[in-house]
Design a protein around this ligand. Sequence first.
Ligand code: QAP
Ligand code: CO
Length: 169
Amino acid sequence: MALLDILCYPDPRLHTVAQPVQAIDDGLRSIVADMLETMYKSNGIGLAATQVNVHQRLIVIDVSEELNQPLVLINPELVWQSEDRVKGEEGCLSVPGIYDGIERARTVRVLAHDEHGQSRTIEAQGLLSVCIQHEMDHLMGKVFVEYLSPLKQGRIKTKMIKSQRAQQR
Ligand code: QAP
Ligand code: CO
């Protein structure tokens, strides 16, 4: 197992569109294990492969209280979303320290494979629904701050670039 580096906004690689996973094999399971370790160590509830510079359709999530219910979504496809929408506070491991309200579908139904190749449909509401939509956006090259006004996006970019410069010293 290994900790992976997380790309930080506004890194242009975060805008890469991920390709479908071709084979669910030991190589892929090793990336899954590293992504889970990286997510837990960073106090995250969700991490998309895009964020660790792996451009394949792969997401790990754990929204459980005890942090013992890892969810692995391989080649996730949105099969249905409610018209009903809700606004909730979001953050992102790739945009540390930034949180804002984002509107999303209240309920989503997603078809995905797990790390053993088993396929299943997940119907999600609440935090899991928000997290799945947030992580699936990453696979399409979209970061949550892109839903905010251009003014806010500009401020966030400046703040991120400054703090990344400060960390380099
Ligand atoms: C996406 O986000 C999400 O700024 C996952 O300093 C967020 O795990 C889905 C994190 C909210 C639903 C609701 C962010 C950790 C973690 C930070 C995360 C930070 C440390 C974000
Ligand atoms: Co994120």
